[in-house]
Design a protein around this ligand. Sequence first.
Ligand code: NAD
Ligand code: MN
Length: 351
Amino acid sequence: MAHDIALLPGDGIGVEVVDAATPLLERAAETHDFEVETTRYEWGSDRFLDEGSLFPDDAMDRLADHDAILHGAMGDPRVPDYVTSIEGPIAIRQAFDLYVNYRPVRLHDAGNTPLKGYGRNDVDIAWFRENSEGEYVDIGGRLDRGGGSELAIQTSVYTEKGVERVVRAAFEAALDREGYLTNVTKSNALRYGPVFWDEVVEDVAESYPSVTLEHLLVDAASMDFVLRPDEFDVVVGPNLFGDILTDLTAAVTGGLGLAPSANVNPDGDAPGLYEPVHGSAPDIAGEGVANPIAAVLSGALMFEDLGEESAADALRDAVAAHLADDGAPHTPDLGGDGTTANVVADLRSRL
Ligand code: NAD
Ligand code: MN
């Protein structure tokens, strides 16, 4: 059995971490008796600067032919960030209607985090970020009226279908886990979108009487993710809140260098897009010190969705053993002085 993977490294450390993770994924495949075929697409900011677009016109058709896409990140100081985001990964999520952005958050080792006193796996959160609409629909406008009275409008869109499907996916996950779902909202101050979102959550909840549902306002939630992260199980929230709060939950549990994500459409056969939560990190790009673990764990999520659970577990076990070993080389974001290559070699020895 061979899985056909598109590699879309992108820019900056996106390239470094995808190049680091790929041989480890191939190794895990080899030891679990399956093959991965990879096709590397050199699309990103350099292409934008040379040819005027991040992707060629037929990019989505070409990506559609693969079983899954492993992405690094896009973003380059020479290109506006809204171009690399909206015409980059957001365009892929939209093209394939990848409406669930699944972001697992796990505490490996509290030593390098604010959570001193917590043990491994004391924090284990499954984030379901709505990934197809909300604040990221790219609808709005500007009126350049001059005279200091410019005006800009950015619209959010919540549809019944769009909210219902991601909320249902989160309830389903809660059934498989601890049976506890937190809905992150802002329906006290935003009476149209978020109030509607909450109503849909309540409707879906009727089909899941065994799941305990908690509603948290996003401002209070951001505090609770720092003060009591161990009490969460599954969390669901709109696109923008999910984007912001998953950087926070990543930071609390060890940093962006460890946080993976899966963009998927559970209903169809579109390829999923697997990528670290982090961006292209221009501040450390080219130095060879990016932490590749978020990319490796994104590869584990990809293997899991491709039905290769034991290879996914092998990758996660190697990462857990690496993180628990104080003598292993860790990258500077974790307080070590190891390089990306050192971490790859260490993980390779554990596979
Ligand atoms: P970032 O995630 O790139 O970096 C934030 C901080 O975390 C930086 O200090 C960086 O050095 C550190 N960091 C991130 N990943 C790391 C890793 N693997 N190892 C060690 N340290 C790591 O966020 P930013 O600086 O806000 O954005 C930089 C660029 O990335 C921007 O152009 C932004 O638009 C883009 N971005 C892209 C994506 C994506 O492609 N999906 C996501 C987020 C940001
Ligand atoms: Mn983000």
